[in-house]
Design a protein around this ligand. Structure first.
Ligand code: GDP
Ligand code: MG
Length: 163
C-alpha cells in the first residue's frame, strides 16, 4: 500500500524547501492531466523505516501572492483528493494571512488528516509569535524550520504514525 503526503500552502511559505529536505528520490510526473496538476513535483521519502510519496504543490511554476485565490483553493482540493494526509504549511515570519484563512476553510472540511506546520520558526521569538496559528483550529500543529531542519523530525513522526 502506498501512502501519499501533499504539502499545501500559499506561495513562499517554504513548501519546496521542506520537500527537498524530505526527499530520497525525485519521481517523474505520472499523469500530467491538466495545467493544475502540472504545477507539482513528486518525490519519495523515508522515515522510521517507512517509505511514502510526497507531493510539492506549486512545484514548477513560480507562484506569486496575487495568484487567484480560487486557483489556490482548487489546488488544495486536488491535493486533498490525491493525498492520504496534508501538510498545511504557513509562515511564522508573516503570521496568518487571508489566504491562509481561506485555505484553512477548505482543509477543515477534508476528511483526511491535516498537519498544520508553522514554518520559518528559526528562533524563540518566532515560536512565540507562531502560537497565533493555534487559532486556525487544527488538532495537530508543528513548529519547524525547513531551512535548518529543526522540528521536522516530529512532523515526520506524525506522518509515519498514520501509515
Ligand atoms: P514555496 O513557494 O512555498 O515552495 O517556498 P520556498 O520553499 O520556495 O521558500 C520561499 C522562501 O522562504 C525561500 O527564500 C526560502 O529560502 C525561505 N525559507 C524556507 N524555509 C525557511 C525557514 O525555515 N526559515 C527561513 N528563515 N526561511 C525559509
Ligand atoms: Mg515551491
Amino acid at each position: 500500500m502506498s501512502f501519499t503526503v501533499a504539502i499545501v500552502g500559499r506561495p513562499n511559505v517554504g513548501k519546496s524547501t521542506l520537500f527537498n529536505r524530505l526527499l530520497e528520490q525525485r519521481k517523474a510526473i505520472v499523469d500530467d492531466i491538466s495545467g493544475v496538476t502540472r504545477d507539482r513535483q513528486y518525490g519519495v521519502a523515508e522515515w522510521n523505516g517507512k517509505t511514502f510519496n510526497v507531493i510539492d504543490t506549486g512545484g514548477f511554476v513560480p507562484q506569486s501572492e496575487d495568484i487567484f485565490e480560487t486557483e489556490i483553493r482548487k489546488q488544495v482540493r486536488i491535493a486533498i483528493d490525491e493525498a492520504d494526509c496534508l501538510i498545511f504549511m504557513t509562515d511564522a515570519a508573516i503570521g496568518i494571512t487571508d489566504l491562509d484563512d481561506s485555505m484553512a476553510d477548505v482543509l477543515r472540511r477534508s476528511s483526511k488528516p491535516v498537519l498544520l506546520t508553522v514554518n520559518k520558526v528559526d528562533n524563540n521569538e518566532r515560536l512565540l509569535s507562531g502560537s497565533e496559528f493555534y487559532s486556525l483550529g487544527f488538532e495537530h500543529v508543528f513548529f519547524v524550520s525547513s531551512m535548518s531542519g529543526s522540528g521536522t523530525g516530529e512532523l515526520l513522526d506524525a506522518v509515519t504514525a498514520l501509515i
